[in-house]
Design a binder for this molecule. Structure first.
Ligand code: ZN
Length: 658
């Protein structure tokens, strides 16, 4: 958040150096002026001038012969002998300098003067060279001054300067933040408090002090905090957890103090600490290192500041974190960051609104199907959607188009999800192309038959690291996954390999990432979710929590059995849909990319034929699978958490790697 500091650092350093330099020169000259008042004699005037502008002499270096000649001709107006040479002013206005490091020439000049071979003229012997009155810094001095300046500026900075605050009238409002309705609602009483801190306390209500926003990165936590400030018309001071850690002990706590002082001065005010987990956790080890001690001190200072709030001060601290578990528990206790708000990923409606918002600023072309865009971007954060929209504009710019059509948005989503189209297609043989077509058609058919999601597109154009892609999206965002759904997903992942074996009676290496993904799901089901076929409820993560070395062999064996069962189902299914497989493979070879609707059609045709032929033609397994997608048994346990993470990747796109 607080990126202002590093950007300004060089400016601050230069400013510091300039201030020091000017101060140094100013002191120097004023000392010359005030400590040595000039006496108005001819010699003194000359010496004074020599000290301040010795360049008039040193610019012209004279020869000793000229000096002797000038003396003999009585044309010397004044002379000063300095350690490094002789400064001569001639009566005709010439000024020159005769270098004399060994004093021989000055001896000679003094001898001539002494012998009376010339008329008397003002003569002075200087203890040091006048040139040093005209201060010329050498590299060492400059470095020293810069170092001192840097040190001073850094000192000021580490002592707690640098927290910039945004004035209340420069901020966004809730209307600018799409979605996060629950979060906005949860901030209701905070808004009431910030708008009228006194009224709130007069009611006898204990005002909130801190709010912790948590959620995946890119979900707009900072934006929400800013919008809260804008909505309540209060000032906003952003900081990050890392701002408090410093090179010197005790400085972090000082920065905390300075931050809160600034907030109180600018109340009503919101302090926003991004990455609040970056402050660290307090440790209890007695012989912890100095960094641990510093971390403890920073957190203690924050706790003291929050606890010490005057209830009517109108200051609220908002922390944001992607890892709420890493935040020190003391910070989360009542009276501190006691309001916890989870910021969810935007749902399909929010994503539609986000696309509309971002696209408004662009020159789009024709009607954009925002609903389709939203559907294709399950799991993307607002930041990622902004990236997609911008990338669509870039594609138009690349093609020197004047407007951005829908196709570019779709292309941008695919780039975001699967990587750029790459040119390795030429390296594929015809046999390989055919095999990839069969493989992708297999994925698409299983996905469609089992209702894993909406098949949007199947392509055998290599993208990112994949040789072909079947893009399957979810109709809605899922928080829970059923056992049957996970099994269907495993079958979809196995579908590519199964189709290859059914067509060529031989498997290929192309299914490696499919198998990896399927194995991950199977193992998660068995080891963490209690969703294995053998009814094991044991969660292996419990062992790690208790520091017991986990024995995974049994879980792996069970996951293998689960995969084998699903593989058998998948074979049965694709055997039934052999006609669709052949049809889609042909279309893929012909056109390289086919639309999801063609998959739907091909599957529907075969399904109708199967139904007409009657139940006896269908294998028992595939019949069961087909019913599964429409009627999910209600007593199947729900899953969430770890599994949702593990599934995220395989959820929307299945890829066949090189
Ligand atoms: Zn595959």
């Amino acid at each position: 958040m607080n990126k202002l500091i590093p950007q300004k650092r060089w400016q601050q350093l230069l400013l510091g150096a300039a201030v020091l330099l000017i101060g140094f020169l100013g002191l120097h000259f004023s000392a010359k002026l005030f400590l040595e008042p000039a006496r108005p004699t001819a010699l003194n005037a000359m010496l004074q001038q020599m000290r301040n502008h010795s360049g008039a002499w040193t610019r012209t270096e004279g020869d000793v012969s000229i000096l002797i000649l000038d003396m003999q001709k009585n044309s010397v107006a004044g002379m000063a002998i300095a350690p490094s040479g002789i400064f001569v002013s001639a009566k005709d206005g010439r000024k020159y300098f005769v270098a004399d490091y060994h004093g021989k020439f000055s001896e000679l000049a003094l001898a001539l003067y002494h012998k009376g071979q010339t008329d008397a003229f003002p003569l002075a012997v200087l203890a040091k060279d006048p040139a040093d009155a005209f201060w010329r810094p050498d590299a060492g001095t400059i470095l020293t001054i810069l170092f001192l300046a840097a040190f001073v500026v850094y000192g000021f900075r580490v002592r707690g300067g640098g927290f910039k605050f945004s004035k209340k009238d420069t901020l966004v409002t809730f209307d600018d933040v799409i979605g996060v309705h629950e979060a906005k609602a949860a901030l209701g009483d905070i808004m009431a408090y910030l708008k009228d801190p006194k009224g709130f306390t007069e009611l006898g209500a204990r005002p909130p002090k801190g709010v912790l926003l948590s959620g995946p990165p890119g979900t707009g936590k900072t934006q929400l905090a800013k919008a809260l400030a804008g909505e309540c018309k209060v000032n906003f001071i952003p900081a990050t957890g890392g701002d408090f850690s410093a090179m010197f002990l005790g400085v972090g706590a000082m920065r905390v103090k300075s931050l809160f002082r600034k907030a109180r001065k600018n109340a009503p005010c919101i302090i926003f600490i991004d990455e609040v987990d970056g402050i660290g956790r307090r440790t209890t080890t007695e012989n912890g290192g100095p960094s641990e001690a510093e971390g403890n001190r920073i957190i203690n200072q924050i706790l003291a500041e929050i606890d010490g709030f005057d209830t009517s001060s109108g200051v609220i601290v908002i922390g944001a974190t992607n890892f709420p578990d890493a935040v020190d528990p003391a910070l989360l206790r009542e009276g501190r960051f006691d309001r916890k708000i989870y910021i969810k990923l935007p749902d399909v409606t929010d994503r539609e609104a986000l696309f509309q918002l971002y696209a408004k600023k662009l020159q789009t072309h024709g009607d954009l199907d925002f609903n389709q865009l939203a559907r294709l971007t399950t799991g993307l954060t607002p930041a990622a959607i902004a990236y997609v929209v911008n990338h669509a504009a870039l594609i138009s710019a690349r093609g020197q188009e004047k407007h951005i059509p829908m196709a570019n948005f779709l292309e941008a989503i695919e780039v975001c999800r699967m990587g750029e189209v790459n040119g390795s297609a030429t390296a594929l043989t015809e046999a390989e192309r055919e095999r990839i077509a069969v493989h992708e058609a297999g994925h698409a058919i299983v996905a469609q038959v089992l209702g894993v999601g909406r098949v949007e597109k199947v392509t055998i154009l290599p993208r990112g690291g994949a040789l072909g892609v079947t893009l399957v999206t979810q109709k809605e965002d899922k928080q829970l996954h059923l056992k049957s759904e996970l099994e269907n997903r495993i079958q979809m992942l196995l579908g590519g390999r199964t189709a290859e074996i059914l067509t060529y009676a031989d498997a290929s290496s192309g299914a490696a990432s499919d198998l990896k993904e399927a194995s991950k799901i199977a193992l998660t089901m068995v080891a963490n979710l209690g969703l294995g076929d053998q009814g094991t409820l044991f969660n292996l993560e419990a062992l790690a929590a208790l520091n017991v070395p986990p024995d995974t062999s049994k879980a792996v064996a069970e996951a293998e059995a689960l995969l084998a069962t699903q593989n058998a189902h998948c074979f049965a299914l694709l055997r039934d849909y052999d006609a669709a497989l052949k049809e889609l493979t042909g279309k893929l070879l012909e056109r390289e990319t086919i639309d999801g609707i063609e998959v739907v059609q091909a599957v529907a045709d075969v399904r109708m034929r199967l139904e007409v032929a009657g139940g006896d033609r269908r294998s028992a397994n595939s019949a069961m699978r087909v019913t599964n997608q429409t009627q999910l048994p209600q007593d199947i346990p729900c899953v969430s958490g770890a599994c949702a993470d593990a599934l995220q990747d395989s959820l929307s796109a299945t890829q066949q790697p090189a």
